[in-house]
Design a protein around this ligand. Structure first.
Ligand SMILES: *Cc1c(COP(=O)(O)O)cnc(C)c1O
Length: 359
């Protein structure tokens, strides 16, 4: 079989050496004679896995000592409920920037659970081709925190700089650019990310939360309870053992590549190749404001729905997988997560170039 490149937005591409290592040690984990799929989460074997993953993540992101690293199930969607339940217990009210699909999902979940949501700015009328921003005059004292989708997976936009002029703790949804570019953890009260976009297989969600925000909140489900998970080292109940193990291997791989800064320049280089191609193309285009363009998710289109579908279909025949845009917006999308090699991006550009010549 010829080389296949996976541009899926999630679950996304994983580093090939990690997949090999999983295969190699699947039948006997660390010489134990047991598979990682069947060992106890209370065993020393697994305690080492979770402690190493935490330490590696702490090193890679330079997580300060006054933050907890927690592992949950339930994905990013679970955190749309968990964040207000844990962090909005005082005023039952949060602020949010409406930057697209996932911000709107977070909004709706909070409303459903009875919280008030102040939408401070929205770029809906610009089709989310640029990011909403906080006005400097904003002064909302009754919100418990500010929710921002740091990378908009579907609209292809990213806050590359964190600018929070409010006194509200910032809650950052980094599901699709976690460890893809450098952020300073101390700019955030809480960061969350479902693993399956840029970190590992589906099943585990990372939460990084500042100690002073951890409160004992009554009547919150135990599986969403930050302070309980912090107290129990994320081992209150059975955690997603395999997903944490696999994410841990990716963290080791990232360290070996040189860490987040090296990854960021790799991602910048690759996304620039793609945007440069799109900007000179006469068939394809990307409508996102250049300074807001995502490094991990590039959206593009011919402007013709039927032709876009044909592009995606022909790409598949060339081993270039999953470039169809999200069903809510149509068009095309290529995700360049950390594990995407430059050869994959080049193959995609070459294919699009040839397609353009034929049309
Ligand atoms: C995918 C995604 C989510 C939802 O994640 P699930 O793990 O599928 O619940 C939330 N936010 C962003 C930015 C995403 O890309």
């Amino acid at each position: 079989m010829s080389t296949v490149y996976n541009f899926s937005a999630g679950p996304g591409v994983l580093p090939a050496p990690v997949i090999k290592q999983i295969q190699k040690e699947l039948t006997s984990f660390h010489g134990s004679g047991m598979s990682i799929l069947e060992i106890s989460h209370r065993s020393t074997l697994f305690e080492n896995v979770i402690d190493n993953a935490k330490q590696d993540l702490k090193d890679l992101m330079q997580v300060p000592d006054n933050y907890q690293i927690l592992f949950f199930q339930g994905g990013g969607t679970g955190q749309f409920a968990a964040a207000p339940m844990n962090l909005a217990s005082k005023h039952h009210r949060l602020a949010l920037l409406d930057s697209g699909h996932w911000a709107s999902k977070a909004h709706d979940e909070a409303i459903k659970l009875g919280y008030q949501v102040d939408v401070l700015d929205s770029t809906k009328s610009e089709h989310y081709h640029e990011l909403p921003h906080l006005s400097l005059t904003f002064n909302q004292k009754n919100d418990d925190y500010l929710h921002v989708t740091i990378n908009n997976t579907i609209e292809g936009t990213t806050y590359h700089q964190i600018n929070n002029p409010t006194h509200l703790p910032l809650v950052g949804d980094m599901s699709s650019n976690f460890l893809a570019e450098r952020y300073s953890v101390k700019d955030f009260g809480m960061i969350f990310a479902g693993a399956q976009k840029n970190l590992g297989p589906a099943g585990v969600t990372i939460v990084i939360v500042r100690d002073d925000l951890l409160k004992k909140v009554p009547k919150i489900p135990s599986i969403l309870d930050y302070s309980l998970f912090a107290k129990k080292n994320s081992l209150y109940n059975t955690p997603p053992v395999f997903s944490i193990y696999a994410a841990g291997l990716v963290l080791k791989w990232l360290k070996k590549q040189g860490g987040v800064d090296v990854m960021e320049s790799h991602n910048r280089k690759q996304s620039k190749m793609m945007y440069d191609f799109l900007d000179q193309s006469k068939l394809f285009r990307n409508d996102v404001k250049p300074s807001d363009r995502s490094l991990t998710n590039t959206i593009f289109t011919t402007g013709d729905q039927k032709l876009d579908l044909q592009v995606a279909k022909e790409a598949t025949q060339h081993g270039l997988m999953s470039i169809k845009g999200h069903r809510s917006v149509g068009g095309l999308r290529a995700s360049f997560y950390n594990a995407m090699p430059t050869a994959g991006v080049q193959s995609l550009i070459d294919f699009l170039h040839d397609f353009e010549k034929k049309h």
